[in-house]
Every structure is written in C-alpha cells, then in structure tokens.
Design a protein. Structure first.
Length: 140
C-alpha cells in the first residue's frame, strides 16, 4: 500500500471507531474524485454529485464493518462502482422512452371497449369476488 492508502485506511479506522473528524477528512480528500467518477459513469454533473453523496453515506453507514484488507482507494472505488452500476440499472427501468406515434390518440376513458374487453373484465371481476368471498372474515 502507498503512504496515502495507509493514511486513508487509518482515517477510515478512526472513523469506524467514532472519530467524526477523520471521516470529514476522508470526505474532503475523496469528494472530488468520487464526483468525477460518478459523473463519468452516469453522464450528468448533478446526478453525479448526488451519487457521490450517496457513496459517502453508504461508506459512513457501513463504517463499523470496515477492515483494511485492501488499499482504501480500491475499497472506495469498489463501493462507488457498485453504487453507480445499481443506479444505472434502476435508471434503465425508470425511463423507457415511448415514441409519440405509439401513444393512443385519445384518452383511455374516451375509447370504447369492444365486446371481448367487456367479457374479459366481467370474468376478472367475478374471479376477484369469488376469491374475496373465499377469504375468512378477518382477511376481507
């Protein structure tokens, strides 16, 4: 390990043991590198800054479990990588673009349901009522 890694690991051990100033020093040292890393990962400055804050919060919350088995630099970048990967995965689920051409031309409540839709809806309604009726009174 380099002297910087030793020093950072020592600060993290002190933070683990309750030294808030040690964690503040780690934050001062690593904030910019974490912001740059997260911005490169997600491609947006504001979201990268939020992710960097989240990374430090995650490290702070897990500080009691910290063991200096690897250089601190490897530790913080592993936490950052995992957090950013999770964010990218969540973002993919949140924003699925839809082409304007694929949207209905009129609001759903104005569209008329055809006979098949009405029959299906009635069947679903009957099945739900039957399932609810089969429940004990305490679960209704």
């Amino acid at each position: 390990m380099s002297p910087e890694d030793d020093d950072d690991a020592e600060l993290m051990c002190r933070a683990r043991d309750g030294d808030a100033e040690a964690f503040a020093e780690l934050f001062r040292r690593w904030r910019r590198p974490m912001v740059r890393f997260a911005v490169r990962f997600v491609g947006a400055q504001d979201r990268g800054e939020e992710l960097a804050q989240d990374i430090f919060l995650k490290i702070y919350r897990a500080r009691a479990r910290y063991e200096p088995r690897e250089p601190f630099r490897a530790y913080i970048f592993r936490v950052a990588t995992n957090h950013c990967l999770n964010e990218v995965r969540r973002a993919e689920y949140r924003s699925k673009p839809v082409a304007v051409e694929d949207l209905p031309r009129e609001p759903a409540d104005k569209r008329r349901a055809d006979a098949t839709d009405l029959v299906h809806a009635a069947e679903v309604q009957r099945a739900v009522r039957s399932a609810v009726a089969g429940l004990p009174d305490t679960q209704r």
